[in-house]
Design a protein around this ligand. Sequence first.
Ligand SMILES: Cc1cc2nc3c(=O)[nH]c(=O)nc-3n(C[C@H](O)[C@H](O)[C@H](O)COP(=O)(O)OP(=O)(O)OC[C@H]3O[C@@H](n4cnc5c(N)ncnc54)[C@H](O)[C@@H]3O)c2cc1C
Length: 384
Amino acid sequence: MGTHNQVAVIGGGLTGKASAVAAARAGFSTLHVAPDVAPDRRTTALMGPSVDYMIETGLIGDPASLGTPLTRIRIIDATERFLRGPEVAFAASEFGYATFGWNFPNIALGESFARAGAAFESLAHKATTLVSAHRREDVWHLALGDGSVATVDLLIGADGKNSGVRKAAGIQVRERKFDQAALVCDLQLGRGLDGESVEFHYANGPFTLVPAGRTRANLVWIDRLETLEQARRDPEIFKAALNEKSSHLFGEIEPVTPSFVFPLSTLSVSVAGRDGAVLVGEAAHAFPPIGAQGLNLGLRDVAGLDACLRAANPGAYGWADTVARRYGADRSPDLMRTGSFVDGLFGTLISPHLPAQVLRGAGLWGLKTFPGLRRRAVEFGLGR
Ligand SMILES: Cc1cc2nc3c(=O)[nH]c(=O)nc-3n(C[C@H](O)[C@H](O)[C@H](O)COP(=O)(O)OP(=O)(O)OC[C@H]3O[C@@H](n4cnc5c(N)ncnc54)[C@H](O)[C@@H]3O)c2cc1C
């Protein structure tokens, strides 16, 4: 005979931690099932609305104590294609913002979210995995990796791309894997970025330097997996690639941490909530890390879930179904819009075909030239 909670959140990534806090803050008895895993050494660029949500809900305090402000974005077409786009730059001040957002170490965010969760007595944590989940008579029956069992009304899947909650809820998924992967590491630059995120576009994907304070930067290099693996094996090749791909604009570049490689895919679901189960973050959507959209969309999921939980009446029959159905309907337009935008952008970036290149070049010219288009692109990128 296990415990019963109103809500269980599966997964201890950033969306899992944030969802557990949202459920506990909304007054629900919450079980957070999150195994201990290796620290996530990536950093994440989070835009203004995500940062505002984190501050409003107590997930973080002053962003300046955790991250580095992003005040400018520059896109440089470094392809050797016949049709190349112009260099395009955006300054936050041009649109009336102090910053576009902040670049945070994921470890610092995770620790801050965990501190926020520790304030709620209604939030219990189990450092184990979900082994199986079955729904009978409106209640989810969970079997956990530590041998215990539990029942819950509402099951929240924040368990990443291979989500077990998604499978248990019978939610259909579409995934497309790419030949490209993303390499990340921290860099020491000869000259600092001064708040500017610089994205060099190459035929196999972008090479992006994100400011991490003073002369530090975080690298996100998307390329073919074999190219990245070769660079990782040979420090000389790696260093030469860093300097060449950044067009020698930032002086001598040195990696200062080990690098990690992430395989890339796009993933979308038929619906993000039904039958007393909801999916947040990469359980519901994944795409290549361009335009800093992934966790920003994941935090919009959490904000959407937060609103549904606050509007719920846990005394009413079938309340968990109502929350899941409403969440699924509410999140659908944003998931479709953002997913197709990133998919389309990545497609035109890596496509060798002329029409896609024309489209991309014209897009960059448009972004350079038309103030209205620039503002719309910025607002879209911020997720407003
Ligand atoms: C290289 C790279 C750079 C990125 N940069 C940005 C960026 O700048 N801005 C941005 O917005 N996004 C960015 N993203 C996207 C962002 O990292 C993801 O959207 C985010 O990490 C997803 O978080 P999540 O909590 O949904 O999933 P995950 O971080 O994958 O967490 C899932 C968790 O579920 C756990 N789990 C799995 N199965 C079980 C189980 N059975 N039981 C219990 N727990 C389970 C796992 O252990 C894991 O901890 C980037 C992604 C990559 C790859």
